[in-house]
Design a protein. Structure first.
Length: 208
């Protein structure tokens, strides 16, 4: 399963990306750390996710985990929370590397390999505690617990959709055609990140 998912991502969503995508604002205009912000984040997130995926859809949770010290600014005081939520689910794990750039003592640019665990879990949407997972991600930069500091992607091979909540600010859905995302663009247009609106209009304007 692990290699199949890696190959599929490399083909359809290289570097977890497709130019056909839509990005939604989750937390604004509420103050960072406020209860109202968290409530809106979770409400919008679950609404978008449930528009994309039905309870009977088979999905894959793809997790990039750098360990407990991934983020020196925020940390992650509950690093095992995500896996507690996924206990009993079918999963596989491997080791991969991100490539970053740094400088040596002489100021020359060098490549740095950053090791991380690549984990894949599969199951029907109805069997995945996605609401608690999203809530944990929204807690991470808010200083709330339990929090999820790992990077989590949700993939449907059948629908060719890759979904990612990056934090309480927003989420992004990638697809291989505009057809999968057009209903979201129309129905939740007010939630689109304004900075990217012109880009999304260029993708979807011919389909409206």
């Amino acid at each position: 399963m692990l290699k199949q998912i890696q190959d599929y991502l490399n083909d359809k969503f290289p570097e977890y990306w497709n130019d056909i995508n839509i990005r939604f604002e989750l937390g604004e205009p509420y103050r960072n750390g406020s209860k109202r912000r968290i409530i809106q984040v979770n409400k919008r997130l679950n609404t978008i996710f449930e528009e994309l995926f039905k309870p009977t859809d088979l999905i894959y949770l793809i997790i990039k985990d750098w360990g407990s010290y991934e983020d020196p600014m925020f940390g992650n005081t509950t690093p095992e929370y995500l896996y507690e939520l996924l206990q009993g689910k079918i999963g596989e794990e491997g080791v991969l590397f991100d490539i970053d750039e740094d400088e040596d003592e002489e100021g020359n640019s060098i490549e740095v390999k950053i090791e991380y665990s690549f984990k894949v879990f599969e199951g029907l949407v109805s069997s995945i505690p996605y609401k608690k997972i999203f809530e944990g991600i929204s807690h991470y930069e808010q200083g709330r617990e339990p929090s999820i500091g790992q990077r989590v992607y949700i993939l449907s091979k059948e629908k060719s959709i890759l979904f990612h909540m990056y934090d309480d600010r927003g989420c992004i859905a990638h697809a291989t055609s505009t057809e999968q995302l057009k209903p979201l663009y129309v129905k939740y247009n007010d939630w689109i990140v304004d900075y990217w609106r012109e880009y999304f209009e260029g993708i979807f304007k011919e389909d409206i």
